[in-house]
Design a protein around this ligand. Structure first.
Ligand SMILES: [Zn+2]
Ligand SMILES: [Zn+2]
Length: 317
């Protein structure tokens, strides 16, 4: 299928790949770039069923094979043959058959292209929350308040009914997190005692669940320390390859800590994410603060690299 891109959203992963020059699984540069998109169908293969020309659609950036060891166990995000599709920063993008069949949907009329393009990162966030076993009334600390962290804040609060502690480096991020539903905010700037603050808020216990949405080894270690006994930490942010963390074996054992990580999404979660966007729980107006034409892409990437704590930019070809 050929889709005319109407909105492509920048993502921390794009910025990471742009800076580091590699990604463990999603893309091997040099390659077409961009993976969060919505647009209109302009061409279709003869055998495509269930779609029509001109339809507004959102396509995920991957599709699992459905046959391998991992797919058969319902871990399709770990599929041995996960087919990735990049190239959303363009006027047109080709969507391969497998994604058309498994991970592509019509965008409901009242949902904007930018809102629809949020479905992919949102599905990753949903996986993080589901895998961490967040329950209503749980206290969840979310470290890192980029767009992904903000989605965690919103969903943990609005969909899961958790009590949310947002931990970030800058005051404007904390203010934004409050607007997204955070019950408590904690600054983690140089010299601030974020760990002490989280323990104080939780009556000395620590949080039931901690999400690390930064992707730095030292923050992974901070995340572990913010847990209560029996708590679950989710290392959501991918660190540079070759890095390691140290674990206090006694803390891990006697406090019965669970360390999890979540990667990517599944077709079921893409569907769920579209439902959440359709119901208005998550909206581009909270997460996209800049709109640029395709011709400005390089400048947009450079800007995102030099500014932490940015939101998303919508690239409109
Ligand atoms: Zn992304
Ligand atoms: Zn598979």
């Amino acid at each position: 299928m050929l889709v005319r891109v109407r909105a492509a959203l920048t993502c921390g992963t794009d910025v990471k790949v742009f800076r580091r020059g590699y990604h463990a699984r999603m893309i091997v540069p040099p390659a077409l770039f961009g993976h969060e998109l919505a647009g209109d169908i302009v061409e279709m293969g003869a055998d495509v069923r269930g779609f029509k020309l001109g339809q507004r659609v959102v396509a995920a950036n991957s599709a699992p094979c459905g046959q391998c060891f991992f797919c058969r166990r319902g871990q399709d995000n770990l599929c041995e043959d996960l087919l990735f599709n990049n190239g959303a920063y363009a006027e047109y993008i080709r969507i391969p058959q497998r994604i058309v069949e498994k991970n592509m949907y019509e965008v409901p009329e009242h949902v904007s292209y930018q809102d629809a393009a949020l479905v992919e990162p949102l599905a990753c966030v949903l996986r993080g929350l589901e895998e961490s076993g967040v329950r209503e009334g749980d206290t969840i600390a979310i470290i890192g308040l980029g767009p992904i962290g903000m989605m965690f804040v919103r969903l943990a609060k609005a969909v899961y009914g958790a009590r949310v502690i947002a931990v970030g480096r800058r005051q404007p991020q904390l203010d934004r997190a409050r607007k997204m539903g955070a019950d408590e905010v904690v600054i983690n700037s140089e010299g601030a005692d974020a760990l002490g603050a989280v323990h104080e808020i939780t009556g000395g216990h620590g949080a039931d669940v901690v999400i690390e949405a930064v992707g730095l080894p030292e923050v992974w270690q901070l995340a572990i320390k913010m847990l209560r006994r029996g708590g679950v930490v989710n290392f959501f942010g991918g660190c540079p390859s070759g890095t390691e963390i140290r674990l206090d074996t006694n803390l891990l054992h006697y406090s019965e800590l669970t360390c999890k990580a979540s990667f990517h999404h599944t077709p079921a979660l893409i569907r769920k994410a579209l439902e959440i966007v359709t119901r208005g729980y998550v909206s581009a107006k909270d997460l996209v603060n800049r709109v640029e034409p395709l011709a400005n892409l390089l400048e947009v990437m450079q800007h995102l690299m030099s500014h932490n704590g940015h939101l998303k930019t919508a690239i409109i070809p």
